[in-house]
Structure formats: structure tokens, C-alpha cells
Unconditional design. Structure first.
Length: 309
């Protein structure tokens, strides 16, 4: 079930190294951009005022009938495509204004925001490399300026750089640990301030079956994801009395860009004999972010067609 030699994350050189900014969907007006970096812009066709002022006005999770039960928003890292985009859509459907973070996929993030807005929700796209502390901070500031306090944080952004441990470079080790684990720690630490003050918060960390389960060629990825699970459990216990829950989702083989070209041998190991969909993972994140999951914390929810059973 080796993943060696498969696709790896986009090189950093391809990424805008400037201050993070939220980006308009196609057709948005220049006036939609918030003052200075970071800035946020509406999805396609949205008008400026609808973003800066309108988004603030509707920020907060709406219960039935439009009643706002929480003043704040959800932030999904790596929300431009794949599992993150599905989670952003699902949280918006649950009434959360959603900050959709992306690193390089500006058009994909704009598509996610446009989808949210077409369905009556509120979303902004925010560019930031979560591995860069200053960009991470500005991502939070952009979300807070536009949508209010971050009460739901989904640490989803992730990448792979597969190689057998014998041949793995320091760079590949560090990049994967940095993005898949260290950035989650920093984002969680940043979000917890507001959550603890609010006495409500939901942190959902997207881990993996790889980590708890071996997968040759992914020592760096497995170390990061296993670390993320340990981190999840420990922080959950630290903040449990504050109304804040911290949980992990451990997807198995999910049909996204990250797993393009995989299948075959890997699929044969999945008892369900099919890959999962991003929406199936998103449904679990939606539950963990909900009021219904208030007594679920420190848990790991496997979404893997039985792979870890
Ligand atoms: P994907 O389709 O490759 O999408 C990855 C997302 O992460 C993209 O939105 C990408 O943004 C973003 N990203 C990567 N590095 C980033 C950075 N430094 N800063 C900000 N954003 C960054 O992957 P996916 O399959 O949806 O995976 C999502 C999460 O699920 C990952 O944590 C992954 O490890 C985990 N997971 C996936 C599977 C699976 O089978 N697919 C299984 C287990 C766990 P840009 O496109 O803008 O660069």
C-alpha cells in the first residue's frame, strides 16, 4: 500500500509569499476589498458592501428562522478544494459564516465561496500559507474583521511528500511536519483565546488513518497525523471545562486531488471497497462543530470504510 512517488504538495515557490489576503470571486468589485492586507472579497458577483458590512451584519450562526445563536464564524484551512471545500460548504449550510483559507488556489476558493453564497450563506476567501506564522495571524484577523470571532476552527490544510524513511530528505520531513502539525498547533492556540472567552468553541483537526496505521513511504505524514491526534486529545482535556471541544477526524482513502492516481492496491484494503467522498468527511465535521456534539471531545472519528477496524 505504498504511496511512494505519488503526488506531493505544491511547491512553496508557487505560493504568494506576501501578506495573506482574502480574494474576490470573479466579478466582485474592487470596493469589496477590505482596507489593507489582509483583505477579503466576496464570491463571484458579490458587491463590495455585501462583504465588508453585510458579512458583519449576518455574522453568527443562524438557527431556524434566521435567529443568530452564536456571534462568530467558522474558519476552514485549506478550504479551497477537496475535503476542506466540502467542510466549508457543510458548515455554511449549518448557518456559519465561513472563512475559506487557501494557499495558492484562488479560483477554487472563489468557487467555494460562490457556492456558499448561492445557497444563501456567507463566505470569504482568505489567502495564507498556514505554515507562516505572520500569514496565519493575518488570516485570523481577516476572518475576525469580516465575520467575527472564530468559534469553529477546522485544521484541514495538509500535504504529502512521500518517500521511504531511508531516503527521506530533511526538507520533506520538515515541510510535512510544519504544515500538517505545527500549523495546527499555532492555529488552535490562536483560536482558543476567543473560544475560551466565549465559553464555546469547536476545533476539528483533520488527521488520517495513516499515523494510527502504518503506510510505507509516509513516515513524515504518519508522524504528523499521529502527532495531531495526540495534540487533539491533550488540548481537549485542557479546555474541556470551558465549553470548547477538540476532536479529530481520521479519513481513510477519500477521492480528492491528494489521492489522484491511487486506488488499486489501496482500495483493495478498504472493506467498503470504495473510496469515500469529501462530503462524507464533511458530514462528520459538521456534526463535531454542532451544538449536538457538546459532550464529544478528545475523540477520533474514523471515516474510512472500515479500513482501521
Ligand atoms: P487536497 O485536495 O490536496 O487539498 C489540500 C488543501 O490544503 C488545499 O486547499 C490546499 O490549498 C491546502 N493547503 C496545503 N498546504 C497549505 C498551506 N501551507 N497553507 C494553506 N493551505 C494549504 O487534499 P485533501 O485530500 O482534501 O486533504 C485535506 C486534508 O485531509 C489534509 O490534511 C489531508 O492530509 C487529510 N486527509 C486526506 C485523505 C484523502 O484520502 N484525501 C485521507 C486522510 C487525510 P491550495 O490548493 O490553495 O494550495
Amino acid at each position: 500500500m505504498s504511496l511512494v512517488g505519488q503526488r506531493r504538495g505544491a511547491p512553496r515557490a508557487a505560493v504568494d509569499q506576501g501578506a495573506p489576503h482574502a480574494v474576490a470571486g470573479r466579478g466582485a468589485q474592487g470596493a469589496a476589498v477590505d482596507q489593507g492586507a489582509p483583505h477579503a472579497v466576496a464570491g463571484r458577483g458579490a458587491q463590495g458592501a455585501a462583504v465588508d458590512e453585510g458579512a458583519r451584519a449576518v455574522a453568527g450562526r443562524r438557527a431556524g428562522g434566521g435567529r443568530s445563536v452564536r456571534q462568530g464564524c467558522a474558519l476552514v484551512t485549506g478550504g479551497s478544494r477537496g475535503i476542506g471545500a466540502a467542510i466549508a460548504r457543510a458548515l455554511a449550510a449549518d448557518g456559519w459564516p465561513v472563512a475559506v483559507n487557501f494557499r495558492s488556489g484562488e479560483d477554487a476558493a472563489a468557487d467555494t465561496v460562490a457556492h456558499i453564497e448561492r445557497h444563501g450563506g456567507t463566505g470569504i476567501a482568505v489567502q495564507a500559507d498556514v505554515g507562516e506564522p505572520q500569514q496565519l495571524e493575518r488570516m485570523f484577523e481577516a476572518a475576525e474583521d469580516q465575520l467575527g470571532r472564530v468559534l469553529v476552527l477546522v485544521n484541514n490544510a495538509g500535504l504529502r511528500a512521500d518517500q521511504l524513511a531511508l531516503s527521506m530528505s530533511d526538507e520533506d520531513w520538515a515541510q510535512v511536519l510544519h504544515t500538517n502539525l505545527t500549523a495546527c498547533f499555532r492555529a488552535t492556540r490562536r483560536a482558543l483565546r476567543g473560544m475560551v472567552r466565549e465559553r464555546f468553541g469547536r476545533v476539528v483537526n483533520v488527521a488520517s488513518v495513516v499515523g494510527p496505521r502504518a503506510n510505507p513511504g509516509q513516515a513524515n505524514y504518519a508522524a504528523a497525523k499521529a502527532g495531531l491526534i495526540g495534540f487533539t486529545k491533550t488540548v481537549a482535556v485542557e479546555v474541556a471545562r470551558r465549553g470548547v471541544t477538540v476532536n479529530a477526524i481520521a479519513p481513510g482513502l477519500i477521492d480528492t486531488d491528494m489521492t489522484a492516481g491511487l486506488g488499486g492496491e489501496l482500495l483493495a484494503a478498504v472493506p467498503a471497497r470504495r473510496a469515500g467522498t469529501p462530503d462524507e468527511v464533511a458530514a462528520c465535521a459538521r456534526f463535531l462543530a454542532s451544538e449536538h456534539a457538546g459532550y464529544v471531545t478528545g475523540s477520533v472519528l474514523y471515516v474510512d470504510g472500515g479500513l482501521s477496524a
